[in-house]
Design a protein around this ligand. Structure first.
Ligand code: FPP
Length: 225
C-alpha cells in the first residue's frame, strides 16, 4: 500500500457555489473555508504530514477588487482567530508564493503565524498565496544565475519555494475542471491527479477518504515497470 506524505488541493468552485446558493461569489469563499477546516482535521486523522492549499494565484489579481479584498480579509480573520488553535494542534503554517504584493498588515500576520508555528511537527500546511508555478520557476532560475550556481535538477529543486517539502503524492482539484492552472507544475510531475466534479464547498470528508483509499492501491512506477 502506498504511504501518503503530501496532498495538494486546488479548491475550485467556490464562486459558482456562492452564485448558485445566494447569488454571491463571496458566500462561496466563506463556505469553502468551512471545507478547509474539515479537510484539515481529516488530514491529521490520516497522519498525512503535508497539505498544500491553493488559496490565491498570481492570476487571481484579475478578479474584481471586492472579491480580492473579501478573500484576503477571510484569510486574515481566520488566522487571527485560529492560529493559537493550529499551534496547540502542532500544526506548522508555511506560505508559498510571492509575498511582495500582499498588504503590510496581512504580511505581518502571515510572518507571525509562520514564526509561532515553525517548530510544529504533526502537520505542515503550505498555503499557496500569490502563487504561480511559472513565477516560482523563474524566481528559482534567477536565484541560480545570481549566485552563479550550476543549473541541475537538484539545484533547481533546492531553490523552489517547496525545497524542503516532498512532492505531492496526490493532487485533488474540485469544481469539474481538468487543468492545473499554473499550480506546482514541477512538483506534480509524478503525482496522482484526482479531478472531482463537486464544487469545493460541497466536497466532503467521505470524498477525501475515497481518494485516499483509491491512491493507496495504485501501483506507482515512476518510469519503471
Ligand atoms: C477557487 O474557486 C478558489 C479560490 C480562488 C479561493 C480559495 C479560498 C478559500 C477556499 C477560502 C479561504 C481559504 C483559506 C485557507 C483561508 P473560484 O472562485 O475560482 O470558483 P469558480 O471556479 O466557481 O469561480
Amino acid at each position: 500500500m502506498n504511504q501518503i506524505q503530501h496532498v495538494a488541493i486546488i479548491m475550485d468552485g467556490n464562486g459558482r457555489w456562492g452564485l448558485k446558493h445566494k447569488n454571491s461569489r463571496n458566500l462561496g469563499h466563506k463556505a469553502g473555508l468551512s471545507t478547509v477546516e474539515k479537510i484539515l482535521k481529516e488530514t491529521i486523522k490520516n497522519k498525512i504530514k503535508f497539505l498544500t492549499l491553493f488559496a490565491f494565484s498570481t492570476e487571481n489579481w484579475k478578479r474584481p477588487q471586492k472579491e480580492i479584498v473579501y478573500l484576503f480579509n477571510l484569510l486574515e480573520e481566520f488566522l487571527l482567530k485560529k492560529i493559537e488553535d493550529l499551534n496547540k494542534n502542532q500544526i506548522k503554517l508555511k506560505i508559498i508564493g510571492n509575498k511582495k504584493k500582499i498588504s503590510t498588515k496581512l504580511k505581518k500576520i502571515l510572518q507571525n503565524s509562520e514564526k509561532i508555528t515553525k517548530k510544529n511537527k504533526r502537520l505542515q500546511i503550505n498555503l499557496a498565496l500569490n502563487y504561480g508555478s511559472k513565477d516560482e520557476l523563474l524566481n528559482t532560475f534567477l536565484i541560480l544565475k545570481k549566485k552563479n550556481i550550476k543549473i541541475t535538477l537538484e539545484n533547481i529543486r533546492k531553490n523552489l519555494y517547496t525545497h524542503n517539502i516532498p512532492d505531492p503524492d496526490i493532487l485533488i482539484r474540485t469544481g469539474n475542471t481538468k487543468r492545473l492552472s499554473n499550480f506546482m507544475l514541477w512538483q506534480l510531475a509524478y503525482s496522482e491527479l484526482y479531478f472531482e466534479k463537486k464544487l469545493w464547498p460541497d466536497f466532503t470528508v467521505k470524498d477525501y477518504n475515497r481518494i485516499i483509499k483509491s491512491f493507496k492501491r495504485i501501483k506507482r512506477n515512476f518510469g519503471n515497470i
